[in-house]
Structures are given as structure tokens and as C-alpha cells.
Design a binder for this molecule. Structure first.
Ligand code: MG
Ligand code: ZN
Length: 314
């Protein structure tokens, strides 16, 4: 089934597993091995690129329980789900099981985050949009006001977690192997490994991918999609699921907008075509332009949260 996208080949792991190397390459897992000491095994073995997500996190953006069936309608395009040796019906059923399981774990995560008074953001983008650079800059500022933690998702390396830790903020790296998104079980395990803290902010930087992270609830308060000016204006139309699932679109590298003839108005229009309620901020992780407004937005999310987060807006 991995032939659809390779999404579950290899073994997702949290640090320090990457140093152990045993599962680094080509190690296939079938289903639900459960946990052993340093690994998160997800048992994902079907992909979902043709599924349509029915739930939305935008607007409410609060930590609330999600649940119930029918989050993903694989039947929207069953013809796209062809797997050797398996009927479309079975592929669809397995896909529903995987996402159903993810929904349950995400609900557990959300309850845990709520109990800990944590405000949790799920950052998504294509690779290279600047999520980590934005985070590095933001945590340096926000750590003055809140306890912070970061969970980093990448296929390989702990480079991003190291960049965060260099700021003094704790970070856990998840390596997804050949997987192309984080799921709720990985986040649960990584959160358990973070130094315990409460009444703070947790940033989850998802794997750079504008497709399937849209379908996987991690228990976050909301998704923030980062789009850089160098990517062009039509990403929201090409990847509508992600922009529809996000509460905020951060347009990064705004300092380069003129150089690359970026059309801000058109980009916002496209994003609102797929998500009329999406909020938009323009920022530059390089120059710091627009970041004060981002911090204010984060402060507002904290204030709006049912269980207010301690601290004040920087
Ligand atoms: Mg990154
Ligand atoms: Zn994926």
C-alpha cells in the first residue's frame, strides 16, 4: 500500500532514535506494533491524497474534542486509490480506520493539552517556506512571556530541533522516515518526551508538505499555513485542502515580494476563495517585518482560549 505515496515505509522515530540507526532505512512495518523504547510506530500504510477532509479547525480554533466518523470521505475518488492486490473498498476501509484512529488519539492529545493549559499550533507549508526560520525568531521573542516547546517533524535529520534548542527552547525532533506527515500518535509521544511544562505554547512544525498534513488532526488549537512569496500566488488553489483547514495564512519572505513580482492581493483572494474566513499576515523571518502582528495574533489566540494561557502579549 505504500506504493501510493510511500507514506509509511520506514519507521517514524523520535530522538534519540536517529542516532541508533537501526531503523533508518528501508525498514517496513505492517500494522500497529505498538511502542517500544525509542520508537513511534504508526502502522500507517495507506495514503490519503484523494480523500476529502470534512472537518475544519478554523474559526473555533480552540482546543475542543473532535470525533465521530466520516471525517474523511475516501469514496470521493475511489478510482484514485488503486493498490496492487487490494480492492478499492478495502483500501478505503483501511484508510478510514487509520484516520479514525488518528481522530481518537488527536482527541486525547487535545484533552491533554487542555489539561495542561497549552496553546498548540500546527505549522504547515511546503518545504522551504521558512517555518523553522520563523519559529526560531518567534520563540526568541515569545519565550519572554510564555513557557514554550517545539515539536519538529522531518523525514530525516534533527537539524531543525537543533536550531530551536540553540535558542534555549526545548524541542523534540520526530523523523518520519519515508512518511510525509505527522500524525497524532507521533505528537503524543513527542509531547511526552518534552520537559513538562504548563500554561504555555507548543509549536508543532509539520513535515514540509501541502497535501496530507491537512487530513491529520494532531490535537492542535489550529493550523497555521506558511506560504512564501517565492512560491507564487496560486498555491491556495492548487492545494485547497490545506488552506481550507488553516486558520491563519502567514505570507513569509515578504521582503522578497518585489524581487519576485509577488502579487499579494491575488494570493489573498485565492486563499479566501477556498477559505473565506482565513486570516492573513505578511512577515519576514529574515528582517522581522510583520512579526509584531504575529505575536499579537498569538496573544489573541491565547486570550480567546477557554483556559487562558498565563503571560502577556509581547
Ligand atoms: Mg523546517
Ligand atoms: Zn502523508
Amino acid at each position: 500500500m505504500c506504493s501510493i505515496c510511500g507514506c509509511s515505509e520506514g519507521a517514524p522515530s523520535t530522538e534519540p532514535t536517529h542516532a541508533q540507526g537501526a531503523h533508518a532505512n528501508g525498514h517496513r512495518h505492517a500494522h500497529d506494533h505498538g511502542h517500544h523504547l525509542d520508537h513511534v510506530h504508526t502502522g500507517q500504510d495507506v495514503h490519503h491524497s484523494h480523500r476529502r477532509q470534512h472537518h475544519r479547525h478554523r474559526d473555533h480554533g480552540r482546543q475542543q474534542a473532535h470525533g465521530g466518523p466520516g471525517l474523511v470521505d475516501c469514496a470521493a475518488d475511489p478510482a484514485g486509490l488503486k493498490v496492487a492486490g487490494m480492492s478499492s473498498e478495502r483500501v478505503i476501509r483501511v484508510g478510514r480506520d487509520i484516520l479514525g484512529k488518528n481522530v481518537r488519539i488527536a482527541a486525547d492529545n487535545r484533552a491533554k493539552f487542555l489539561a495542561d493549559d497549552m496553546l498548540v499550533f500546527n505549522l504547515v507549508s511546503s518545504p522551504g517556506a521558512g517555518k523553522t526560520s520563523l519559529l526560531v525568531r518567534a520563540v526568541c521573542e515569545l519565550k519572554r512571556s510564555w513557557p514554550l516547546g517545539v515539536i519538529e517533524g522531518d523525514q530525516q535529520t534533527s537539524n531543525d530541533a537543533e536550531r530551536i534548542r540553540a535558542t534555549g527552547v526545548p524541542a523534540i525532533q520526530i523523523n518520519t522516515g519515508k512518511g510525509c506527515h505527522l500524525d497524532a500518535a507521533m505528537v503524543s509521544e513527542a509531547y511526552r518526551r518534552l520537559p513538562p511544562f504548563k500554561r504555555g505554547i507548543l509549536f508543532i512544525e509539520n513535515v514540509g508538505n501541502l497535501v496530507c498534513p491537512a487530513a491529520f488532526d494532531l490535537g492542535e488549537a489550529c493550523k497555521i499555513v506558511v506560504l512564501s512569496t517565492t512560491e507564487g500566488e496560486d498555491k491556495p488553489l492548487k492545494y485547497p485542502e490545506m488552506f481550507a483547514a488553516s486558520s491563519l495564512m502567514l505570507i513569509n519572505k515578504i521582503d522578497l515580494a518585489r524581487l519576485v513580482d509577488f502579487d499579494l492581493g491575488r494570493t489573498v483572494e485565492y486563499a479566501r476563495r477556498v477559505n473565506p474566513g482565513i486570516e492573513v499576515l505578511t512577515v519576514s523571518a529574515r528582517t522581522g517585518e510583520g512579526l509584531a502582528a504575529l505575536y499579537a495574533w498569538i496573544g489573541k489566540q491565547a486570550a480567546d482560549q477557554t483556559h487562558p494561557v498565563a503571560g502577556t502579549t509581547p
